[in-house]
Design a protein around this ligand. Structure first.
Ligand SMILES: [Zn+2]
Length: 196
């Protein structure tokens, strides 16, 4: 017994034919695009992008913890938690140093003058002198942070102090709902002060 020719078979045949044609077209297109003059050559000729030395992360920074690397980056660019910056971004209504009450807490104040971090400053500047032959008085903050020979010493300073992540125990809580993180840190610090 043979099956009667179904209408489906004829349709199958047509579909197959179309499939074969579209496959051929595809193959042809693919071959053409591959042999298209210039496309891959152009790509090869273009110079590979290389990040400028200045913007690249130094190996000594990259090797350490990510959090410290981020802190260092912020400190270097000036977008860090100092009294001056927080006042400028309107997250605090005073620029004063929370540790020693000096009127403006800048990076320079923290690296050179703040009484709270005297010991750490001594270590920092001794290391800097060892690496560069220049002392505290001959370095601006900008030069210090740009000089790769000083990076390790600065990283150690940031790691052993709370500089750049806090302005001090008197961190002024911002207006509610604006920057909860700062308020929380201030509260933490006060707690710690209460316990001590
Ligand atoms: Zn201070």
């Amino acid at each position: 017994m043979t099956d009667p020719p179904s209408p489906g078979r004829a349709a199958d045949k047509t579909t197959n034919k179309y499939r074969a044609i579209s496959l051929a077209v595809l193959t042809l297109t693919f071959q053409r695009s591959n042999s298209y003059p210039g496309s891959s050559e152009k790509r090869k000729k273009r110079k590979k992008y290389k990040m400028p030395e200045k913007l690249r992360q130094q190996a000594v920074v990259a090797r350490g913890p990510k959090r410290l690397a981020e802190q260092f980056r912020q400190f270097r660019t000036g977008h860090c938690r100092t009294g001056q910056y927080l006042e400028w971004t309107k997250n605090s209504d005073t620029a004063a140093c929370g540790w020693c009450q000096y009127k403006t807490q800048t990076r320079e104040h923290l690296l050179k003058h703040c009484r709270k971090w005297k010991m750490q400053q001594k270590t920092l500047w001794a290391e800097v002198r060892k690496a560069t032959g220049r002392g505290k008085d001959r370095f601006t903050v900008r030069d210090l942070l740009a000089d790769q020979r000083c990076t390790r010493a600065v990283l150690d300073f940031l790691r052993t102090t709370k500089v750049g992540s806090r302005v001090g125990p008197r961190a002024v809580p911002p207006k509610p709902g604006e920057d909860g993180e700062v308020a929380q840190e201030g509260a933490e610090e006060m707690e710690a002060g209460g316990r001590a």
